[in-house]
Structures are given as C-alpha cells and as structure tokens.
Design a protein around this ligand. Structure first.
Ligand code: AMP
Length: 112
C-alpha cells in the first residue's frame, strides 16, 4: 500500500479538506507555502507518466476538484499553483500520483 493509500484508508492521520468517491485532498505535512494541500486519486496510479486512457475521466475529475479545493482553502482571490512532480528530476518522492495545491504567497517562476 502506498503512503497515500494509507491516508485514504485512515491508517495514517491527515488533515483532510475534501473527499469524494474518487479523490482525497489533505494538507501537506511539510508545507512549502502558507497554504499547501495535496489532492490524490484513490486509485494508486504511481505517477502521471503511468496513467492510461482508462484514467481519462479520473484525471479530469482530479483537476476540476483541485480547483474546487483551492477555492475551499481560500486561494481563489490571489491565485495559486497546481504542481505534479513526475520521476527523479521532477522531484517526486511519493509514488502515488498527487497534485500539489500551493498558495498564500507569490510563488517564484521558474521553479528551482
Ligand atoms: P512529491 O515530492 O511531489 O512526491 O510530494 C510528496 C509530498 O507529500 C511532499 O510535499 C510531502 O511533504 C508530502 N507528504 C509526505 N508524507 C505526508 C503525510 N503523511 N501527510 C501529508 N503529506 C505528506
């Protein structure tokens, strides 16, 4: 079971901000911005590079819900960034697809 499957199964605690049948959103344990949440599909797709066409609707749902969660945690007015890290150079550390929702300060571009 991946770390995020354990959070979905409530085996590891998390500050959950949104849940439905397909996705779970919760606060990042090591926030990189004043507001930092993650949204994950309950299905354990390791990373975006391994998603397939059968995940088409799930990925659309994930992205739409990421925007809803961003609004719910107060980021709509000033904006926010959605990030998906893929593989070693992308900075991926948990092999369960997740989208970062970051905001609450002006974020730099390009990323480091
Ligand atoms: P990534 O580096 O893109 O794979 O992102 C993984 C993220 O998961 C990091 O931002 C971690 O801080 C976060 N993380 C790791 N363990 C937990 C946990 N138990 N609860 C919440 N977030 C976590």
């Amino acid at each position: 079971m991946t770390l995020f499957e354990k959070i979905v199964a409530r085996q590891i605690p998390a500050q959950i901000v949104y849940e439905d049948d397909l996705v779970l959103a919760f606060r990042d344990i090591n926030p990189q911005a004043p507001t930092h949440a993650l949204i994950v599909p309950k299905k354990a797709i390791p990373r975006i590079a391994e998603a397939s066409s059968e995940d088409h609707a799930l990925l659309g749902h994930l992205l739409l819900k990421a925007a809803e969660v961003a609004a719910k945690v107060g980021l709509n007015e000033n904006g926010y960034r959605l990030v998906i890290n893929n593989g070693r150079d992308g900075g991926e550390s948990v092999p369960h697809l997740h989208c970062h929702i970051l905001g609450g300060r002006a974020l730099e571009w390009p990323p480091g």
